[in-house]
Design a binder for this molecule. Structure first.
Ligand SMILES: [Zn+2]
Length: 428
């Protein structure tokens, strides 16, 4: 759809080459989880000489970098935020436990992989930091750069909030933005939507406990296998019959195992694990409260015990309507009307930027990074061992993050907060 034109207002080829080199070094040494010392060191090296106030995480290897602009503050400070106006920009830092099979010359060989493009997010945010520092005298406020480990399920975003990232600029951010690359979307194409963008996620671990026995004598045992099968089918009926058709929900059972080692043994127990996605509080409450009751009831009816462990994970990502307008206006102003489209419907994937957006109005935006030599069908999805990204897209990440922060601080009309109308409609 959108070709990468050489006439874009992006800075020099040298800047892009430097960011691509940096990204490829990160790509070659991915780390997983909350403790990413090599990645943290690489980012700190890249920020050297930028005159930023830097704080490192205590319980995770995060980096919070604060840039104080020197432009005169042209407007009264927002009545809700006391102090300097602040905008927050975020990149996640972690890879996945996947052995890379991309065939790239700079592929990782350590059993981990930046298969979700977080290496691009880091480099794009570093690029924005450099651009914004160079334009410090145009910034009438403060920019907070949030480099976050542990996005892939460990809740690093929530931990950074607990450690104070939302207060790092001296007052609460007025707005927060993050860009996520997409390996299948057309190169250079942005897309987002107001309101619910990505689903909330939670997990349920279940053990159906029977007695075990001889496969030839089921009458002398309590066999948990058919009971587990009944529970799993009932879960699907529960989604279809108890949840409103207009309120999306997904419950998938990704894993099941019994303790029996052979087909002629009746298992003592069966474990299965469900992964569940929601947008509304109503669906979340059904998943949390009623689904376990259903499973327990079926197990007890057959003489089994059921042990359940409900694990809430990330809330839904809900974009602020006005911030999405700002994002779309900014992107279209730089790259043209066609460069940013409205997503017709939310994605059922999840993201822990949700924690930031629960407290700060903002927007999460997708950016296509599909390599030229692949069409949409050929391109591997994210979290695949063969996924590839075209890292020329770093230019757009750095430019748009820069423009979002700059224009938001320069031009934001005073506004009544919170403007997250969507939250009042019951999205969680
Ligand atoms: Zn990701």
């Amino acid at each position: 759809m959108s070709a990468f034109s050489s006439a874009e207002p992006v800075g020099s080829d040298d800047e892009l080459d430097e960011l691509r080199g940096f990204r490829r070094r990160l790509h070659g040494e991915p780390e997983v989880g909350l403790h990413l010392p090599l990645t943290q060191r690489s980012i700190l090296d890249s920020l050297t000489d930028l005159d930023l106030d830097i704080t490192l995480g205590a319980s995770l290897t995060s980096i919070t970098a604060v840039l104080r602009g020197t432009a005169p503050r042209a407007r009264a400070v927002d009545s809700v935020c006391s102090g300097d106006p602040v905008v927050l920009l975020r990149a996640d830092m972690d890879g996945l436990p996947i052995s890379e099979d991309s065939g790239l010359p700079y592929a990782a060989a350590n059993g981990a992989m930046h298969a979700c493009g977080h290496d691009l997010h880091i480099a794009g945010l570093v690029g924005a930091a450099k651009k914004l520092v160079a334009r410090r005298n145009e910034i009438p406020g403060t920019v907070v750069f949030m480099f976050q480990p542990g996005e892939e399920g460990q809740g690093g975003g929530r931990m950074m909030i607990e450690e104070g990232v939302l207060d790092a600029g001296g007052s609460r951010p007025e707005a927060a933005y993050a860009i996520h690359v997409d390996s299948r979307l057309d190169f250079g194409q942005f897309t987002t939507r107001p309101g619910p963008l990505m689903a909330g996620v939670s997990g349920l671990r279940v053990r159906i406990q029977g007695t075990g026995g001889h496969a030839a004598a089921p009458d002398r045992a309590i066999d948990p296998v058919p009971v587990a099968a009944e529970c799993i089918l009932a879960v699907q009926s529960f989604v279809a019959r108890r949840m409103a058709p207009h309120d999306p929900a997904v419950v998938s059972i990704g894993k099941i195992a019994s303790d029996a080692a052979a087909g002629n043994i009746l298992a003592r127990y069966v474990d299965f694990e469900a992964n569940m996605r929601h947008f509304s509080d109503t669906v979340f409450t059904l998943i949390r409260d009623e689904l376990p009751q259903l499973i327990r009831g079926i197990a007890h009816a057959h003489g089994c015990d059921a042990v359940l462990d409900f694990v809430p994970s990330y809330p839904a990502v809900v974009n602020d309507g006005r911030e999405v307008e700002h994002v779309m206006r900014t992107i279209r102003g730089v790259y043209g009307e066609e460069s940013c489209t409205m997503m017709p419907e939310p994605a059922m994937t999840s993201e822990d930027f949700a924690y930031v957006l629960e407290q700060v109005p903002g927007a999460f935006v997708f950016l296509g990074a599909r390599p030229d030599d692949l069409d949409e069908q050929e391109a591997s999805p994210m979290h695949s061992a063969t996924v590839r990204f075209d890292d020329r897209v770093l230019e757009r990440q750095a430019v748009i993050l820069t423009e979002l922060a700059l224009t938001r601080l320069q031009g934001s009309p005073s506004r009544v907060r919170p403007s997250t109308e969507t939250k009042r409609k019951g999205y969680s």
